[in-house]
Ligand binder design. Structure first.
Ligand code: MN
Length: 438
C-alpha cells in the first residue's frame, strides 16, 4: 500500500499544478479526523484545496462535484464506482470500506482491502499518506487514534496501528471503559453517557455509595480520574460496578483499553474527543468539528458548547421517547419520532433504549426520524439473542426500493416520507409473524 501511496503523491503533485483539490469526507469522527489530517498535510504541501463534509455520499452529490477540480474522497466512496466512472476528472480515494465494483480508470484507490486487508480506519489511511508526504506530519498521528476509536476498531489492531500509537505517544491503560477517563471519578460516574450503571448513573448519592464500596477515597480534595487509579483500585471499582449490574443488561462493553492522547499539550481521552467530534457533526456543525481537530482556538470553544447542546438534545430525545406512545407488539417497539428527534441522533437514541432495563432481552427497537423528504430508520436488538434486525428491515425495505446497511443487531436505512405508513404496517406484519431465532 505504501508504494501505491507514493505514486498517488506524485500524481497529485503534478495534477494539482493545474487543478485545485476538493476533499470530500464523511461526517463521523473517522471522516472528520481523516479530513483534518489530509487538509493539514495539503496545507503544509502548499496545495490549494477546499473541504466538503457529507452525511452520506449519494449520486446527486457526486453529480454536483466540479470536474475542473481533483477530487479526493476520504473515508467514503469505495462503493460508489458506478457514479464516479462518469466524472471527467481524476479521482483519488483514501478509504477503508469494502470495494463493491470494478475500479474505473479515472480512479486511484488507496484502500487496505486491495492489499493485506489489515483493519484500519479511514484516518489511518489518511495518516499513512501524510506521513509518506513528510515526516513532519507525524504530529497528526493523534488524530488517527481518534479515528480508530471513532470507528471502534481498537479490538482488532495490526502493524499499522502499532506504528500510529507509537508515533502519537499514546498512553494505553487497561480499565473501565467509562469516559472521560481524565475526569474525577465521581463526576465521570454521575454524568456518564457511555455506560449505564443502575443506581449510580445520574445519582451523586449512588456514586458516593459505589466509591465507598470500592474503598476509593479522595486524595487531597478530589477523586482520582480513572486513568490515575492503581490496578488494585481499578479492580475493586469494576467489582463494585459488576455487583450493581446483576440482573441488568450485561452486553455493554465494560472493560478494555483506555487511550490517552496528547492534544493541545494535555493528555486527553480519545473516546471523549471522538464523542465530541461526533456530537458537533450530528448537531449540523461538521466545520466546528474539523476546526477543533485542527486546533483552532475559536472552534475549540464552540465545539465544547455544541457538545453540551448535543448531550441536552440527547436527554430531551430520551425523555420524549419515554413519554410518547409507541407501537408495541410481540417483542418489538416502534418509535415514530417524526421531526421531534434529529435524524443524525436517532440511531444513538435507539441504541441507548436497547440497553435500558425498560425492554426485555430480545426486543427489537425500531426508531424513525424525518430527514427532509426522507425518513431515517434505525433498528436495534436489545440483548444478545433474538432476530436478525438487518434481515427484518430488509424484508420490509427492499420491496419498497430501499437498501439496508448495518449488522444483525444494529441496522438502518432511509425510506421516502410518503412510505411512512406503508413501512410501519409492513414492518409490524414482519415482526408479528417471524419466529424468534435463538
Ligand atoms: Mn471510517
Amino acid at each position: 500500500m505504501l508504494s501505491a501511496i507514493k505514486s498517488a503523491i506524485e500524481r497529485i503533485d503534478i495534477l494539482s499544478k493545474t487543478k485545485p483539490i476538493t476533499i470530500i469526507s464523511h461526517f463521523d469522527t473517522d471522516g472528520i479526523t481523516s479530513a483534518a489530517i489530509f487538509s493539514r498535510a495539503l496545507q503544509r504541501w502548499n496545495k490549494k484545496f477546499s473541504v466538503k463534509i457529507l452525511k452520506s455520499l449519494e449520486e446527486t452529490h457526486i453529480l454536483a462535484l466540479p470536474e475542473d477540480n481533483l477530487l479526493v474522497f476520504l473515508d467514503l466512496a469505495s462503493n460508489s464506482m458506478r457514479y464516479l466512472k462518469n466524472k471527467k476528472t481524476d479521482i483519488f480515494i483514501l478509504d477503508h470500506h469494502e470495494i463493491t465494483d470494478e475500479i474505473p480508470s479515472n480512479v486511484t484507490m488507496i484502500n487496505p482491502h486491495l492489499y493485506d486487508k489489515e483493519p484500519m480506519s479511514g484516518a489511518a489511511v489518511a495518516y499513512l499518506f501524510a506521513k509518506s508526504l513528510s515526516p513532519e506530519n507525524k504530529d497528526l498521528a493523534n488524530l488517527a487514534v481518534i479515528g480508530m476509536v471513532g470507528d471502534s476498531l481498537e479490538k482488532n489492531l495490526g502493524r499499522v496501528y502499532d506504528e500510529i500509537l507509537r508515533d502519537s505517544n499514546t498512553v494505553i491503560k487497561k480499565g473501565l471503559l467509562l469516559y472521560p477517563s481524565t475526569r474525577p471519578l465521581d463526576k465521570a460516574l454521575e454524568y456518564s453517557s457511555s455506560m449505564y450503571i443502575p443506581g449510580v448513573t445520574g445519582s451523586y448519592l449512588g456514586v458516593l455509595e459505589l466509591l465507598r464500596d470500592a474503598n476509593i477515597q479522595k486524595t487531597e480534595d478530589r477523586y482520582k480520574s480513572i486513568h490515575e487509579l492503581t490496578d488494585e483500585e481499578m479492580s475493586r471499582l469494576i467489582t463494585s460496578i459488576m455487583l450493581r449490574m446483576v440482573g441488568h443488561d450485561t452486553t455493554q462493553e465494560m472493560i478494555g483499553n483506555l487511550y490517552l492522547v496528547k492534544f493541545f499539550n494535555k493528555l486527553e481521552d480519545a473516546r471523549e474527543f471522538s464523542a465530541l467530534i461526533n456530537a458537533c457533526s450530528r448537531m449540523d456543525n461538521p466545520e466546528i468539528a474539523l476546526g477543533f481537530c485542527l486546533g483552532n482556538r475559536k472552534y475549540i470553544e464552540q465545539a465544547e458548547k455544541v457538545y453540551i447542546e448535543y448531550k441536552q438534545h440527547l436527554v430531551s430525545a430520551l425523555r420524549y421517547v419515554s413519554e410518547t406512545d409507541k407501537i408495541t407488539g410481540n417483542h418489538y417497539a416502534i418509535i415514530n419520532a417524526k421531526d421531534r428527534i434529529k435524524d443524525t441522533i436517532i440511531g444513538t437514541v435507539a441504541s441507548i433504549i436497547s440497553h435500558s432495563p425498560a425492554y426485555p432481552q430480545g426486543t427489537i427497537i425500531v426508531a424513525l426520524a424525518y430527514n427532509e423528504d426522507k425518513i431515517k430508520v434505525s433498528a436495534r436488538m436489545s440483548g444478545k439473542e433474538g432476530k436478525n434486525v438487518r434481515e427484518v428491515l430488509s424484508k420490509v425495505v427492499v420491496p419498497l426500493g430501499g437498501e439496508v446497511g448495518g449488522h444483525p443487531n444494529a441496522a438502518g436505512c432511509l425510506i421516502l416520507r410518503e412510505q411512512e405508513s406503508q413501512f410501519i404496517q409492513e414492518l409490524q406484519k414482519v415482526l408479528e409473524v417471524e419466529p424468534i431465532k435463538v
